[in-house]
Design a protein around this ligand. Structure first.
Ligand SMILES: *[C@@H]1O[C@H](CO)[C@@H](O)[C@H](O)[C@H]1NC(C)=O
Ligand SMILES: *[C@@H]1O[C@H](CO)[C@@H](O)[C@H](O)[C@H]1NC(C)=O
Ligand SMILES: *[C@@H]1O[C@H](CO)[C@@H](O)[C@H](O)[C@H]1NC(C)=O
Ligand SMILES: *[C@@H]1O[C@H](CO)[C@@H](O)[C@H](O)[C@H]1NC(C)=O
Length: 327
């Protein structure tokens, strides 16, 4: 039986005679079974052409997937000089203890880096749009529940997507970890630097995690690779401003050493959030050993980022208004 949501969105799409620009709310992939050779609960490696280049991504098909139920999808971008496969090992988004109902898509960067890193000229925004077009044709993906996370350079790329006119209304919410948010300007004033950003809506859910002992992407920002990294408090406050929220935050302890700062009030409470762990380094926060926190001088965190990210995504689907605003 078709889920109500498919029927509803399909009816709505028909009633509105959707313009081509709204092709992103397609449910074309529903009721199609899985692509040949793929199975529920496994990971597939898919090659597509984007910008004239052969590119690939890994996709984890959730164990609860049914092709008649629109299913959330999370894009997870690896850190610089890491790979799609290493990100799958790191982020725990495919760990059934945390997630059994969302697709997780792991794009692979050319030369293992992303657009937004100084001197990278590859169009990874286009790559992301091409991946979404492709997966939305193959699987029953809920167009209101597409999300993005990533680590370090991959987290920086989440911000590139959130600041992009088209992708900001195609991706519902963003949760970068230890982000490298390069701005091409010098000299660098980390607490004041202007952050170019042109999203197409003003209610973008944004959650950033950062360690106070991050010696790769310093919490206080500064010059790096001949560009400017904003301080993380300035960076997150600018998201609050962009979303029309006050700079006041509600500070809540999450665990020893870790606090959450939430911006917004009423229905928008927590639309922008920052989780700060004073003692961890450039790591994906986890209470279990992972490839980040087992490096020399690093240690496990006092909390897990992954369930917080999943809960944040669950709370922040796109509304139909957000999608219609794209027209
Ligand atoms: C996925 O496929 C690409 C292209 O064939 C290959 O380079 C890569 O090693 C594969 N990755 C995994 C994890 O299978
Ligand atoms: C980026 O390219 C410019 C021009 O080629 C060069 O001067 C600069 O050193 C490069 N930056 C980095 C971080 O490699
Ligand atoms: C949150 O608010 C507290 C109390 O006003 C302030 O000390 C802190 O700097 C704020 N944090 C951020 C990240 O804005
Ligand atoms: C901070 O990181 C350095 C290595 O970069 C490490 O030697 C030190 O022990 C760390 N401090 C804490 C509190 O974990």
């Amino acid at each position: 039986m078709l889920s109500l949501k498919v029927v509803f969105i399909a009816a709505l799409a028909e009633a509105l005679v959707l313009p081509k620009s709204l092709s992103s709310i397609s449910l074309e992939g529903c009721l199609k079974g899985l692509p040949h050779g793929q199975s529920i609960g496994s990971v597939a490696n898919v090659t597509i052409t984007s910008g004239g280049l052969l590119r690939y991504y890994l996709i984890s098909i959730p164990p609860t997937y049914h092709d008649e139920i629109p299913t959330p999808a999370i894009l997870s971008y690896h850190g610089g000089l890491r790979t799609a496969e290493s990100q799958l090992q790191l982020d725990e988004l495919t760990n059934p203890e945390f997630n059994t109902n969302s697709f997780v898509i792991y794009p692979q960067g050319i030369n293992d880096v992303w657009q937004g890193v100084p001197n990278v000229t590859i169009n990874d925004v286009q790559f992301t749009a091409d991946i979404l077009d492709h997966v939305q044709k193959q699987y029953c993906i809920d167009p209101t529940r597409i999300f993005a996370t990533g680590k370090s350079d991959g987290a920086g790329f989440c911000n590139v997507l959130a600041c992009d006119k088209t992708m900001s209304s195609r991706i519902a919410a963003f949760a970068p970890v230890s982000g490298a948010f390069y701005i091409d300007t010098l000299p660098c004033a980390p607490d004041e630097v202007q952050i170019p950003c042109s999203p197409s809506r003003h209610d973008i859910p944004f959650l950033e995690f950062h360690g106070g002992n991050d010696s790769t992407i310093n919490y206080h920002g500064g010059e790096r690779k001949q560009e400017c990294l904003p301080s993380i408090p300035h960076f997150i406050q600018q998201w609050a401003v962009r979303d029309g929220l006050s700079l006041h935050n509600v500070t809540t302890p999450i665990s020893s050493n870790t606090v959450s700062y939430k911006y917004g009030s009423g229905v928008n409470f927590g639309l922008v959030e920052h989780v700060y762990d004073a003692v961890i380094g450039h790591d994906w926060p986890s209470t279990a050993p992972n490839s980040d926190n087992q490096a020399a001088g690093h240690h496990i965190a006092s909390f897990n980022a992954t369930p917080i990210i999943l809960e944040f995504f669950k709370q922040h689907p796109l509304s139909l208004w957000d999608i219609l605003a794209e027209i």
